[in-house]
Design a protein around this ligand. Sequence first.
Ligand SMILES: [Zn+2]
Length: 231
Amino acid sequence: MNFGGYGLYLLISLPALLLGLYAQAKVQGSFNKYSRVRTSNGMTGAEVARKVLDANHLESVQIEQTRGALSDHYDPRSRILRLSQAVYATPSIAAAGIAAHEAGHAIQHSQNYGPLALRSLIVPAVQLGSLLGPIVFMVGFLFQRYNLALIGVLLFAATAVFSIITIPVEMDASRRAKELLTSTGIVYSGEMEGVNNVLDAAALTYVAGAVQVLSTLVYYGLLLFGGRRRN
Ligand SMILES: [Zn+2]
């Protein structure tokens, strides 16, 4: 049995891992820094989200507070925007940026923004594929059933597609957030540098996530075709 050794896995996954750690540190650092900078208008994240949503005729989208750090998200099924405590109740530059970004997802949803719709559509395949793909692959690989291993790779590929579509979805939400914060007068131009800093750091984590999934896919591919050649 040969998995190409840990060396191969390390070689392929290490750059992705380092990028992931770098992105995490950057988003944490940026959030901590701009959480301490108050916006001049003094609006909390919840107030910012409400104003942005209402300006886009989304009065029916609810805003709730949720537990955990950087756990902010928009739930399209219940049409609820959930903001972490540090965003919900804080009148900071970081809170304004993140609240507007999440409101951006709600706007994407209301406009049937294509990449978001596609991402929602493949969620069941991703849930199945991310769990089953690696198992099917390893079983097929161990027993030298390469067609089975290939099915495992294809199952896992849904996860890769998801993580790639996530990038334009997130970039678009941040682009909308920056635009809306300026156009609604919530943040004045001098404060935008901090907003950009926070949102760009967050975008990098999604790029790192995609690189991580893709590197795993490449590893599976190399094992599979390497294994076939030896057979
Ligand atoms: Zn987002």
